[in-house]
Design a protein around this ligand. Structure first.
Ligand code: NI
Length: 260
């Protein structure tokens, strides 16, 4: 495995017709993949893909906003999470961008239940955090929740997927044992550079969030895991470090976090 995409959604309908071709293209380039569930159905599909393919793992859970109708069944997720190819719990957290005011309590409730599962099974958390349109801060709220839980269970750790917070928030997550992952958006938006340059390389991971946000030179197309190579190269460029050194360290970081 030369690269790893730690957050993709080959389990979503955008890949229904050709997920096996997308997997083959990633495997040809030695790209490992972690397929992330957003609800019950997509979590089951993530586990199925992980069981059937080499260098694919699954993270299972309920997204804070993607399926607002689902009632979180803790026993279902706890049981599914015991599968050895499940390497984390999520994606979970706060999505204030897509939230109606009455959803806030539900988001907090399902977030805390997923932390409970992560603690019980000693698996990392995959966080999804998105600020609101009026500046409501999902990052500082999540830090508060994590600090509370960390007092009870010091081993709690994980990753902030699609990190879009500022440098001081980044440093707070790192202090709590959370690595930060970046998507193809860093190839065309410059507001991630400061964080990428100023945090330790061993706290960074790479992802595509496919089918969303394809990197340059694939912008506007459907994204896929093989494109994670563009994200790795851009991180090396932004940090002014050698590509090969960065590539190797980024794979090591994911192996350490997800115990793979
Ligand atoms: Ni996602």
């Amino acid at each position: 495995m030369k690269y790893i995409d730690i957050h993709c959604h080959l389990n979503l309908p955008e890949f229904d017709l050709d997920y096996s071709e997308a997997i083959s293209r990633a495997q040809e380039k030695e790209v490992g993949m972690i397929v992330v569930g957003v609800d019950r159905e997509s979590s089951l599909k993530a586990v199925k893909l992980a069981e059937e393919n080499k260098d694919i793992w699954a993270i299972i859970g309920l997204h804070p906003a993607d399926n607002a109708k689902e009632v979180f069944d803790i026993e279902f997720y706890k049981k599914l999470a015991q599968n050895p190819k499940v390497v984390g719990i999520g994606e979970t957290g706060f999505d204030y961008y897509h939230m109606l005011p009455e959803d806030k309590a539900r988001q907090q409730d399902i977030f805390e239940k997923q932390i409970t599962i992560a603690n019980e099974l000693k698996k990392p958390l995959m966080l999804h955090l998105r600020n609101g349109k009026k500046g409501e801060n999902a990052y500082t709220d999540a830090l508060e929740v994590l600090k509370k839980h960390k007092k009870i269970n010091f081993e709690l750790k994980g990753n902030v997927h699609f990190f879009a917070g500022n440098l001081s928030e980044a440093q707070e997550f790192i202090k709590l044992g959370f690595k930060l992952s970046f998507t193809g958006v860093i190839t065309f938006a410059r507001n991630y550079d400061e964080v990428i340059k100023n945090i330790p390389l061993n706290m960074i991971m790479t992802e595509t969030d496919a089918p969303y946000v394809a990197p340059i030179p694939y912008r506007g197309k459907r994204n896929e895991p093989s494109y994670v190579i563009e994200v790795v190269n851009k991180i090396a460029e932004i940090r002014g470090e050698e590509r090969e050194k960065v590539r190797i360290q980024l794979v090591e970081n994911a192996k350490e976090m997800f115990n793979i």
